[in-house]
Design a protein around this ligand. Structure first.
Ligand SMILES: Nc1nc2c(ncn2[C@@H]2O[C@H](COP(=O)(O)OP(=O)(O)OP(=O)(O)O)[C@@H](O)[C@H]2O)c(=O)[nH]1
Ligand SMILES: [Mg+2]
Length: 350
């Protein structure tokens, strides 16, 4: 899963990228010419428990890849707006994290106004989506038939013109499929990160902003990039000591990873054995056969059945044999919808 850290210039994107990934990319308004990429592992105590239970040689966690796009000063391009390169970068992402600036950045003339920046950024996404949809509509306008496609395009365009993201439009599977090729930015899962002044962070996010995000159907989370940067430099045990006086139980990294998982509607199924215990990220609603394909295309193709034990039963009963004896091992077919925490052994032939 690839998550883009995006936002207006100078919002603190690179600082947040560094805090989340533990990397040290150059910060400072204006960017330094290239994209940054970093991978983080999603902490999952279930993997640790399975590793201990089966004495696995390796523990493998689900991963999220973050991309921090190069910033180019706003207005460096005629007509302002987002850089085409930045837009192209966003199209390659599974989800977007939009950083909103709520701190005074000495390099920028404007005082922080996250409510305005939020609508500015959303407008950019909407404008970029309108282009290809309108082109398509123009192209098929004169053609006979295609009434369903025309109606779908009309609906999308009207929705965007009302300044609402495509993600908030109710679409069925077929319509979703028809739109997939456009790579619409406003159809992507999106999380707002409000980058707050250290002193303001403990007070939480301002209500009007929360309401605005909610109206669009997006989640808003507060963060102080400055605090996170300081935390990222500490050892894990020290981190907790540091956070407690601030009234925070988890670092933004942990809260963020959880939110990112939830907003993407991701769940994990688990595999375990002597070699490795592992969490595999999948979208909620994935069938057993498709989930098998995450491990290897041969397992998907030669799928016979999935042997499933819920993680909680496995741990409560103390092992696979005990779970089997207690009737907790289920045999599931191709169409079974995998649940979070299913510990699965796939049977297949090649
Ligand atoms: N006071 C304060 N300063 C911050 C915070 N976050 C970032 N900064 C500073 O703001 C400046 C810009 O931060 P960056 O992380 O480089 O911002 P950016 O969004 O990556 O900028 P571009 O890539 O140029 O668009 C840097 O000098 C940071 O140190 C914050 O939470 N509080
Ligand atoms: Mg940057």
């Amino acid at each position: 899963m690839n998550v883009g850290i995006v936002g207006l210039p100078g919002a603190g994107k690179t600082t947040i990228f560094n805090a989340l990934t533990g990397l040290r990319a150059d910060t400072g308004y204006g960017g330094k010419g290239r994209d940054h990429m970093g991978t983080i592992k999603v902490p999952d105590p279930r993997v640790d428990t399975l590793t201990a239970m089966h004495e696995s040689k390796r523990s493998v966690y689900a991963e999220i890849v973050f991309t921090d796009a190069v910033g180019r000063p706003e207005g460096s391009r005629p007509g302002g707006g987002l850089d085409p390169q930045v837009i192209q970068g966003m199209q390659g992402c599974d989800a977007l994290v939009v950083v909103l600036r709520a701190f005074a950045n000495p390099a920028l003339a404007e005082a922080p106004e996250p409510l305005r920046d939020r609508s500015r950024f959303l407008t950019e996404l909407i404008l970029s989506d309108l282009g290809p949809l309108e082109n398509r509509r123009r192209r098929i306008e004169k053609e006979a038939g295609r009434s369903r496609e025309k109606a779908l395009l009309e609906r999308c365009i009207a929705h965007l013109e009302a300044e609402r993201p495509i993600s908030s439009l109710t679409l069925n599977e077929e319509e979703r499929g028809q739109l997939a090729g456009f790579g619409l930015l406003s159809a992507k899962p999106l999380l707002y990160l409000l980058n707050q002044e250290e002193a303001e962070f403990p007070q939480g996010v301002p209500a009007p902003l929360q309401a605005a995000a909610q109206a669009e159907g997006y989640t808003l989370m507060g963060i102080s990039a400055k605090i996170e940067m300081d935390i990222a430099e500490l050892e894990p045990a020290e981190q907790i000591e540091f956070l407690r006086p601030l009234g925070v139980e988890q670092s933004a990294r942990d809260r963020f990873v959880r939110s990112a998982y939830a907003m993407l509607d991701l769940i994990s199924f688990l595999t375990t054995g002597k070699d490795e215990s592992r969490a595999w990220p999948i979208r909620r609603g994935t069938t057993a056969q498709k989930a098998a394909g995450k491990i290897h295309s041969d397992i998907e193709r030669g799928f016979i059945r999935a042997e499933v034990i819920a993680y909680d039963s496995l741990v409560a009963l103390g092992g696979e044999k005990q779970a089997r004896d207690a009737g907790k091992l289920r045999l599931e077919g191709k169409e079974y919808l995998v649940k979070d925490g299913d510990v699965i052994t796939f049977r297949f032939n090649v």
